[in-house]
Design a binder for this molecule. Structure first.
Ligand code: ADP
Ligand code: MG
Ligand code: ZN
Length: 490
């Protein structure tokens, strides 16, 4: 990234809603059914049929608006958005244009310097299109209309995002909220959570926005990050050469990590929006909105505050523990087991949970990023990580040993317990054994002992090293340190 420039990003997210039926007909809303089995004359766009709005989809829209602090408009309007594509049998999509259901609101993201508010521009309801199928078909494309008419919310941010990291955090936080309030499964691979990114650059210190490019086709968080980085490099190279950025839509190619031009904005479509004549304006009873507000479950941010208070940990750590569902479940389960170990071992629970939090945020999070969810179950299940943490608290192994054990366990997908057994790892904290090693070391290094006693304190490190070596790395370093000092002062 060229340091002369600042990145400006606005995101458009489409999320499918977890309703039982589609937005304007009674067809089932479900992923993965055989092609064209969940269709009817309404979602196939046959002439003469009428759409009927699904109230449940509206309810989910209201919930999202309340969770994000948006204005929920008691009157919104559906519009027809026209374009031609084989997956759009009606020739138009029913959407909301001039009067969306929701406007305003915001989402806070974590960035290098702390927390930043990303304002939301608008959130509107619309129907999904079908899907063109190309894989395994020669000389033709097939169309699957199961998805046609599935309810969507399009969530449009203001151009307030400044780094790829913020963009990814925004998406993760948004998805976490969607899941917490039960309106979407947020599955990126299955397309129920899709993101387009608008990206421009401007010289640092200036306020006017540059020409933006819209990037499509990023179906994982990693791809979003990559696409933004690549786009930023591409645009800054253009600008640094004195050339201009062309306003266009670009596709992310995951095989090369680059973005490719798809169409310029001159070729941009004129959607010829007009109000949907077959649907009346959507008018909401304020009592309904109040009821939804009262029924809203605990939001992720509230859980973060609670956890950080409860464990006395930093908010950002609590946030990191709760952000990803599988990790947060893993943490909660491991925590219960640690509590059990604490009771059995008679040590303070906080000692264990503190260690557990640190271990998950450093070791587990890193491996999870590398290897995914498979390191959270089986031989590495919550019980196992709790066992490892208890071993450290009870000083049977050192923290460094625990980290090594964990790394080995992840590499070979074996349990920490069996790794400890195999490598015969256990830390020696007993004074008797430590004293034995220390006495030997002192006897073997009379010159060093002499010079230490004459005031050369640097020799101490050498002597500790000798004790560690003699113990084969098993001596508890803190204990060995203390005891060695004790011996030397005798
Ligand atoms: P369009 O009409 O091209 O769809 P909009 O004004 O509707 O553009 O904005 C779409 C998205 O692009 C929004 O998320 C908005 O925040 C973002 N956006 C607008 N201008 C810029 C810009 N100069 N740089 C980056 N993002 C932008
Ligand atoms: Mg757009
Ligand atoms: Zn239908």
């Amino acid at each position: 990234m060229n340091p002369e420039f600042e990145m400006v990003v606005g995101l458009e997210v489409h999320t499918q809603l977890l309703t039982r039926s589609k937005l304007f007909c009674r067809c089932e809303n479900r992923f993965g059914a055989p092609p064209n089995t969940l269709v009817c004359p309404v979602c196939l766009g046959h002439p003469g049929v009428l759409p009927v709005l699904n109230e449940e989809a509206v309810r989910l829209g209201i919930r999202l608006g309340l969770a994000l602090g948006c204005t929920v408009h008691t009157r919104s309007v559906f519009d027809r958005k026209h374009y031609f594509y084989p997956d759009l049998p009606k020739g138009y999509q029913i959407s909301q244009f001039t009067h969306p259901l929701l406007t305003g609101g915001s989402l806070s993201v974590r960035s290098g310097e702390g927390v930043r508010e990303i304002r939301l521009h608008r959130i509107h309801m619309e129907e999904d299109a079908g899907k063109n199928l190309h894989a395994g078909i020669r000389d033709a494309s097939h169309v699957d209309l199961n998805r046609a008419g599935v309810p969507l919310l399009e969530i449009v941010s203001e151009p307030d995002i400044r780094t790829p990291e913020e963009a990814v955090d925004y998406l993760k936080k948004l998805r976490q909220i969607l899941r917490a309030i039960g309106i979407s499964d947020g599955n990126m691979e299955e397309g129920s959570f899709r993101c387009d990114a608008n990206v421009s650059l401007r010289r640092k210190g200036t306020s006017a926005f540059g020409t933006k490019v819209e990037i499509k086709n990023m179906n994982s968080f990693r791809f979003v990050q990559k696409a933004l980085l690549h786009e930023c490099d591409r645009q800054s190279a253009l600008l640094a050469r004195g050339e201009r950025v062309v306003s266009e839509t670009r596709l992310f190619d995951s095989s090369t990590g680059k973005t490719l031009s798809m169409r310029s904005k001159e070729e941009a479509l004129d959607y010829r929006y007009f109000p949907e004549p077959d649907l009346p304006p959507l008018v909401l009873d304020p009592n309904w909105i109040a009821e939804e507000r009262a029924n809203l479950p605990e939001l992720p941010q509230e859980r973060v505050f609670k956890l950080s208070e409860e464990l006395g940990i930093r908010e950002e750590d609590a946030e990191a523990l709760l952000l990803e569902e599988d990790l947060s479940r893993y943490f909660e389960e491991a925590r219960e087991v640690v509590v059990r170990y604490a009771k059995e071992g008679g040590w303070p629970v906080e000692l264990g949970t503190g260690r557990l939090v640190n271990f998950i945020l450093s070791e587990v999070l890193r491996e999870w990023n590398r290897k995914g969810a498979r390191i959270l179950s089986g031989e590495l299940c919550p019980e196992e990580i709790a066992y490892l943490v208890a071993q450290v608290v009870e000083e049977r192994i050192s923290l460094n040993q625990a980290k090594e054990v964990y790394a080995m366990a992840v590499e070979s997908l074996r349990s920490p317990k069996s790794v400890i057994k195999e490598h015969n790892l256990s830390q020696e904290s007993g004074e008797e054994k430590l004293g034995e090693w220390i006495r030997e070391v002192l006897a073997e290094n009379p010159a060093e002992v002499q010079s230490y006693r004459e005031g050369k304190e640097r020799v101490f490190g050498f002597l500790v090293g000798q004790v560690m070596k003699k113990s084969g790395g098993k001596a508890n370093p803190q204990k060995a340190n203390l005891l060695l000092k004790d011996y030397l002062s005798r």
